[in-house]
Design a binder for this molecule. Structure first.
Ligand code: CDP
Ligand code: CDP
Length: 214
């Protein structure tokens, strides 16, 4: 079983993906970390974030295990990730790794922006997790301030809106709900309620309730 979770920044994709992976005993890949690792490495090396050839070479040689996951979670790294992710050459360099993960025997859970549309269009379950920009900014603000980053809620909301526009507006694998994805708007839900709703969506896909029409 492949479970594809997509959605905008700080919508709660990771929370849902981790919970489903644990519930079904499946491996989980947070594909945002791949783009964040490329962004982080590019910032560290002082690369131009528009130098597609250099960034694609970086992405092709990427070893995610070599990065400290905590270092990848910062605001500036998220912004750099979204910029490098707009380059088709970078996306192409990361494609095989993600497709191989999705094709693992027994299945997998992947979360990102283009899992249900590009990486695993054959996924049995697709969930598009979303929430209002204000709710997402409040969540991200809490996370970043807990990390000790000096941010304001207004600046986090601006960052989220800019990232939404870039991720949805790019030509290459834009953030878009797959036609066969189920939308989970968790603006008014707690993380636990969002996970419970995701479990219902999976259950309905795997064993749809009898229609009673036969
Ligand atoms: O955690 P958050 O939702 O803020 O972002 P993320 O999932 O870590 O992804 C960081 C950036 O990587 C996003 O803004 C996207 O531009 C890009 N990304 C992508 O293009 N495709 C994916 N499958 C995953 C992430
Ligand atoms: O992976 P993504 O960036 O989409 O979001 P996340 O890391 O799963 O969640 C961002 C934050 O929102 C975390 O601190 C969650 O606990 C919190 N949250 C949530 O995931 N779902 C809700 N319905 C409410 C809050």
């Amino acid at each position: 079983m492949i479970i594809a979770i997509d959605g905008p920044a700080a919508s709660g994709k990771g929370t849902v993906a981790r919970a489903l992976a644990a519930r079904f005993g499946l491996p989980h890949l947070d594909t945002g970390l791949l783009y964040r690792a490329v962004g982080f490495a590019a910032l560290t090396r002082g690369l131009d974030l528009e130098d597609a050839a250099a960034l694609a070479a970086l992405a092709a040689g990427l070893d995610l295990a070599a990065f400290d996951p905590e270092a990848l979670k910062s605001g500036p790294v998220g912004e750099a990730a979204s910029r490098v992710a707009a380059l088709p050459q970078v996306r192409a360099a990361l494609l095989k790794l993600q497709r191989d993960f999705a094709a693992r025997p027994g299945g997998a859970v992947l979360d990102g922006r283009d899992i249900g549309t590009v990486i695993a269009p054959q996924a049995e379950v697709k969930i598009f997790v979303t929430a209002s920009p204000e709710a997402r900014a409040a969540r991200r603000y809490r996370e970043l301030s807990q990390r000790g980053e000096a941010v304001s809620e207004t600046s986090v909301l601006e960052d989220i809106r800019r990232r939404d526009a870039r991720d949805s507006g790019r030509a290459s694998a834009p953030l878009v709900k797959a036609l066969d994805a189920v939308e989970l708007d968790n603006t008014a839900l707690s993380a636990a309620e969002s996970v419970a709703r995701a479990l219902e969506i999976v259950a309905a896909r795997i064993a749809p309730p009898a229609s009673g029409m036969e």
